[in-house]
Ligand binder design. Sequence first.
Ligand code: PEP
Ligand code: MG
Length: 903
Amino acid sequence: MTKYVYMFSEGNKDQKDLLGGKGANLAEMTNIGLPVPPGFIITTDACRYYMKNDDVPAQLAEQVTESVQKVEQQMGRTFGDPKNPLLVSVRSGAKFSMPGMMETVLNIGLNDETLAGIIEMSGGNERFAWDSYRRLLQMFGKTVLEIDGDKFADALDAKKAARGIVNDPDLTAKDLSELVDEFKAIIKEETGEDFPQDARTQLDMAVVAVFNSWNTERAIIYRKRERIADDLGTAVNVQTMVYGNLGEKSGTGVCFTRDPATGQRGVYGDYLENAQGEDVVAGIRNTLPLAALEELDKKSYDELLANLQRLENHYRDMCDIEFTVENGKLYMLQTRIGKRTAAAAFRIAVHMLDDGLISEDEALERVTGAQLTSLMFPQFDADADRELLAKGMAASPGAAVGEIVFDSEQAVERKGAGAKVILVRRETTPDDLAGMIAAAGILTSRGGKTSHAAVVARGMGTTAVVGAEALLINAEANTVTVKGKVLRKGDVISIDGGTGEVFAGDVPVAPSNVTRYFEEGLDAALEAVSDEGERELVTAVHRFMTHADEVRRMGVRANADTPEDARRALAFGAEGIGLTRTEHMFLGDRREMVEHVILADSQEERDAAFNQLTPLQRGDFAGILEAMDGQPVTIRLIDPPLHEFLPDLTSLAVKRAINEDHGISAPEIDTLYTAVNRMHEANPMLGLRGVRLGLKMPGLFDLQVRAIAEACVERIQAGGDPQPEIMVPLVGDVKELTIVRERAQATIDKVAEESGVELSIPIGAMMELPRAAVTSAVLAEESDFFSFGTNDLTQTVWGFSRDDVEGAFFTEYMDAGIFEVSPFESIDVQGVGELVRQGVNGSRSTKPDMKLGVCGEHGGDPDSIHFFEEVGLDYVSCSPFRVPIARLEAARAMIEAGMDASA
Ligand code: PEP
Ligand code: MG
């Protein structure tokens, strides 16, 4: 019989697939002896069953009954018992945290009869009992019965207005008991049924509501954004209620074992006296810093600190925690590995490494290429003139500049029109998600570092400042007033998520010190840092990059077409160039010469154009080989579709038509038109390009090979150590390669003979057509190396035109779940990846030591890099700016696979 229900004591933290993240960690906390209110978990298996069959599994009811009985025994209370009732919370808990996206119902088990027992349990606190009942009706009505939540909120507001009060806590027991009646009436009116009084019915309905909440619109948007699979389902946690709203000796809080924004040591969190858990995260009431608890209730505070330390040592990572104090007794309600900013991730990892909690390899696992990327973003220039408007809490770092928008709709609309926007709100709720995704920055006037805005922004890597209380936001009027100044929708502001500062206008941004570290070295970056935190960060990056270089097996090269690019790539740690696209050297003022080559009528004319181009190309190559002296430089022979070099056919046709209309004779236009028309291709991306062009106009490749060989001679004569590799693009058949290779070798030999300098230049091919990958064993006989061109390989495997499709229908494809990310961005492992694998295996079956790399865009994408490590490529090549990311991820891929480069 399938086990669908686990007591907390039966699970552990490694069972996130089955028990969800929250459940697995509740189980772990229970098992290490922390004070967790007893409960049980309904598995994700049960949710998946429900989604498939539209009904819960038949065995579930009985297993829930048994588990409820166990909790009753532990608590000495009984579900539905009027005298001594057990009340539970029902919460979602998926494998990956989806903050605020799914549903929660509290106080299940409360009804007209058990109310008396709750009054007694709370020491005669009638107000508390009625408030709990009102909350249950409200949450149950909205979540389980799907009644518009405003109906309840409006009734609550009307009651307060009638009583002339502003805050909920001022409502009396009588007010609340009246509200309970009103809420019951709303339920009856909206559903035609009474609120279910039976505790077990409440529980069963709440469980199904949590299952259903997996597929709400906002949960679906969130998963897409976070690349969480839609079919995982959620677990359901059923847990004994404890109350932070029983009076002054009660309260609730959220905290981190370290500061999640900066990574500094020391607990960090918010506390709300006399409140329930949801109140903190919702950011509705302003919280106290955690330290305030020490004064309010030292015993609970000390116990909490000890528990935090214990958790951090147990998980060996920064944890985030929710806790409640009920009448002076501390309960731990949740823990998980805490989300953190990129800078915090680096600092925490290095601190834990220094404290001996984790190894160097583990430290590398704790930081990602994506985090490193965000640290390389520019920051506000501290020396610039700037007008400080307000200061809030630094919730998620970065420097964001944009127009003010006041709601999600405005954000989406302005972003769609190409504007950068800062979403300014009192506080955010899960309903604001679309606007938060569209925004360059998020600014709120309420809430703490653990508010919805802060947590979600950090998760998305979006800059955010929260709790900037000086801002008076009037969302209806689309204005925000601060320091007597009225800002309107569309006005530009700048927010600093690292300091919490909000500035008027467009503040200039300065480069990051992490980037400075890569460009100018450790000493220069340390000299430029402005505080100790920055110093720690730069040092951490340096240490991790050094270790990454020791660990990784794959080499990292850069795609670079100019000596400047080559130098930048070297500074960023590239170990050579994996792709120089030579066609870029034919653009600009040289384009006309290339046009002559292509359109020449006679061989003499063509040779003349070649002779003009050769010395220019030699200079290009000599420059790059000098910049990359001693390192391999893969130079790809000319590749692009012809039309990129020719005048536009349509404009020529228009010119001719105009001439005709005006009776003007322009024979050169006619000739050009005829020539261009002859060469015209309906589908140039799949036409005369790459090796095909080289075979049709052999002089073109000859000139490039000669220029490479001569540049090599020039460098050797100057005392350098040039290491060029010649790469032939778009090869599909071995015979193409044989012909090109023989000719190229003859040219190299000729240059060697002419100069008296010995030359040995490897000649290889790009593997960017399915046919090349499939026939790689044969192709390998004629090739000294291969480099996977995964851009063209993706294009040809899918039959997607690189130039056209992304804007045309990829969004729809992603919406439909056909892919989660563009296959041009991250490798399609099943399809394109399979051909890469075939290509690797085929070529190594012919030449076991064949050098294999990748130079498509995927060479700088973290997920793809992990795949390339797995299939055994020798190196990845990517744009210079992504080289550090590739170094880090290549090392992380090794560690993930449990490999050790030194072994
Ligand atoms: C490729 O196709 O992956 C490649 C690197 O070449 P290009 O992008 O220049 O076609
Ligand atoms: Mg290509």
